[in-house]
Design a protein around this ligand. Structure first.
Ligand SMILES: [Zn+2]
Length: 463
């Protein structure tokens, strides 16, 4: 008997990039696709603290498209509100999610401690959203699923993960409901990535939920290695420090890859030390070691990349590196400068005109990364303002997200026309651009859902 009641509710990643959470209800089954944290603007981050108005205890399953924080970071909260089901994802995605969740808990604790010590929080005492001790309960729910194979969720529902580039383990998700197909794009990567195979593409979708992070722009053709090499040479020449706030997953490994290439080609100043001050990024490199089928690097290249750069292991060592006066390159998290060790480097160097800050990924509204990108003259870190005298640069060509053309191409194989397409995971302008572009290019019915909106998925009329 075909399911006659299919509802989809946009609990996050709607009207904004972060907080991806899509509640799929098929008859009496309730499946949450992604379970991300809101990041950036305070009004959004406050949503992480609100009690959900659905009951997590009634969820049968959560499915994870990939291990980024804005897709997996809410798991411990879901657990707190009574979720007892399984969490499905590809094996590398769950490995990445574990690293991200442990780090997220630590950052939440550090932020709360800082706020309590310096008294800059409105809450007394400030509490973390969740703590390190909350994470293992979530990890116990992880059930790795093979990519490319249909997995039965219920008699009416089956799902299949298919590699989509972006980061290691990332997948788009096909949901088969009584022979009809709902596709969640997850985050779509780019063709031609040096680390990851090209994204697979959906051939069929009766309904499509698609991301739009970079749907309003085209990535300029750029050679990241060349730009990186040039900035390093310039920094070395005037004795400055190059600070690269980096996402630990993928961007850090891409940077390591390009640094290795530059060093091999003899294009790095010999005396310029390179530091990776992100324990998390080196842990992610182990995920590359463990899952060779999910990327294009040989074991030897992985080793060479790790050998090119000095990995800072401990916090005391980090303090030591931070205090050095030498000209150097430092890659440190977090990528949007919202937390992590990069903050300590900035407090020391951002007021020095010889410093260069290189932003490498998407900078969400309300983050320090976005402020720097927009040329703000002072920046607040740990409750104190610092003048921004450092020069701010963007590394092009290192994006983990498909641009407008690549998104249109990714969806372009779908036949016949989907009955409905919902644009998510984008700021309002980007989402609206993709709504218009997909409509005009393919004649599809496209919508930008509002946060918390529920839609009913109607059975497409045959023919
Ligand atoms: Zn992502």
């Amino acid at each position: 008997m075909p399911s006659d009641s299919i509802h989809l509710r946009f609990l996050g990643g709607a009207g904004t990039v972060t907080g991806s959470k899509f509640l799929l209800e098929v008859d009496d089954r309730r499946i949450l696709v992604d379970c991300g944290l809101f990041q950036g603007l305070k009004t959004l981050r406050n949503l992480n603290w609100a009690r959900p108005d659905y009951d997590p205890a009634t969820l049968d399953l959560v499915i994870l498209t990939h291990g980024h924080l804005d897709h997996c970071g809410y798991f411990p909260r879901l657990e707190r509100y009574g979720f007892t089901g399984e969490i499905w994802g590809t094996e590398p995605s769950l490995a990445v999610a574990e690293i991200i969740l442990r780090d997220s808990a630590k950052l939440q604790e550090e932020e709360a401690n800082h706020a309590n010590r310096w008294g800059y929080s409105k809450h007394h005492p400030a509490k973390p959203l969740y703590a390190t001790e909350d994470v293992p309960r979530t990890l116990e729910r992880f059930r790795p699923q093979a990519a490319g194979k249909w997995q039965q969720v219920s008699p009416a529902v089956a799902v299949r993960f298919r590699p989509v580039g972006h980061i290691i383990g990332a997948a788009f998700l096909e949901v088969d409901i009584d022979g009809r197909r709902l596709v969640f794009s997850g985050d779509v990567g780019r063709p031609g990535d040096p680390l990851l195979p090209d994204p697979e593409r959906p051939e069929r979708a009766d309904w499509l939920v698609i991301e739009s992070t970079y749907a309003d722009r085209l990535h300029p053709p750029a050679d990241p290695a060349e730009q990186l090499g040039q900035l390093i040479t310039e920094s070395y020449a005037d004795g400055g420090t190059l600070i690269i706030p980096s996402f630990s997953v993928e961007r850090a490994q891409s940077l390591m890859y390009y640094l290795w290439q530059l060093r091999q080609a003899g294009k790095l100043p010999a005396g310029m030390p390179l530091y990776l001050d992100s324990p998390m990024a080196s842990r992610v490199l182990h995920v590359f070691d463990r899952f060779p089928d999910w990327h294009k690097l040989s074991p030897e290249t992985c080793r060479n990349m790790a050998d090119t750069i000095h990995t800072v292991r401990t916090y005391p060592e980090s303090l030591d590196v931070q205090a050095r006066e030498e000209s150097r390159v430092v890659i440190a998290g977090s990528g949007m400068v919202t937390g992590g060790r990069v903050l300590s480097y900035l407090t020391r160097h951002v007021e020095d005109a010889r410093t260069r800050v290189l932003l490498v990924g998407f900078q969400a509204q309300g983050t320090r990364g976005r402020q720097l990108e927009q040329g703000i003259h002072e920046i607040k870190i740990f409750g104190k303002y610092y003048r921004v005298k450092a020069s701010i640069h963007r590394l092009e060509g290192l994006s983990a997200h498909a641009d407008q053309q690549e998104l249109l191409h990714w969806a372009g194989e779908i036949q016949p026309d989907p009955a409905g397409v919902w644009i998510v995971h984008g700021e309002p302008h980007a989402a609206d651009v993709l709504r218009v572009k997909l409509r005009d290019a393919y004649g599809w019915s496209t919508f930008v859902p509002a946060l918390d909106e529920t839609v009913t998925l109607k059975v497409p009329v045959a023919g």
